[in-house]
Design a protein around this ligand. Structure first.
Ligand code: E4P
Length: 228
């Protein structure tokens, strides 16, 4: 399952792009609003930081078909290849997805809260659908069951649309989405950190270091090898 970073915080993007195997970055209007300032300069800086090959998902703000199509094309032209334009799951959005996917523009249908919406998005030609796991959990429904339903529907339909699960609040939800058949997940920095952090790992590493130091003192294996 591809792991994508869900933020527009450039410092976080730099950190995770250096240390974690991220496949790209997703944003939405709320995420960009959080950063404020010059949005175009920020998007350009994110593209420069992740490079031309990684995915960058940017959402349209317009809500009417023709304006969404115009905005989507402008976003793709501004940010180059491997940019996916996020279009919400509405009737105007579905029409825009059909137009844009027919013209070779990569589209992620976002704000997906049901497998039925995902089926419509896939049939419209979406490259990705983004089901919102936690937002559904907060309505007392299972976000993971939704992801599993979408995976089953796509498998039975032979769909080429990928599932980009989103809106995670816990590391366990991310793992459950992977087990349910999600192809990708977009994850906020704080949840991405929790995927790696484990107290037993820290304890194990501390044990290795103290065992080595007890037997060999301060000299490292690298130093011994370089003296040969
Ligand atoms: C993906 O890009 C979504 O916009 C995002 O994951 C939504 O997450 P939230 O429910 O935490 O706002």
């Amino acid at each position: 399952m591809k792991l994508i970073l869900d933020t527009a915080d450039l410092n976080e993007i730099r950190y995770f792009n250096t240390y974690y195997p991220i496949a790209g970055v997703t944003t939405n209007p709320s995420i960009l609003a959080r950063e404020g300032g010059d949005v175009l300069a920020l998007l350009r800086a994110i593209r420069e930081e992740i490079g031309a090959e990684k995915e960058l998902h940017v959402q349209v703000v317009e809500t009417e078909y023709a304006r969404m199509v115009e905005e989507a094309k402008a976003i793709a032209a501004f940010l180059g290849a491997h940019t996916y334009v996020k279009i919400p799951a509405t009737d105007q959005g579905l029409r825009a997805v059909m137009t844009l996917s027919g013209q070779g523009c990569g589209v992620t249908v976002t704000a997906v809260l049901s497998a039925a919406q995902a089926l419509l998005a896939s049939n419209a030609g979406a490259a990705y659908v983004a089901p919102y796991v936690s937002r559904l959990e907060n309505l007392c429904e299972s976000g993971i069951d939704m992801v599993a339903d979408i995976a089953a529907v796509f498998a039975s339909a032979g769909s080429r649309t990928e599932i980009l699960s989103a809106s995670f609040k816990t590391a366990r939800e991310v793992l459950d989405a992977a087990l349910a058949g999600s192809h990708a997940a977009t994850i906020a920095p704080e949840v991405m950190r929790r995927l790696l952090a484990h107290p037993a790992t820290d304890k194990s590493i501390a044990g290795f270091s103290s065992d080595w130091a007890g037997a060999f003192g301060r000299v490292t294996l690298l130093e011994l090898l370089s003296r040969r």
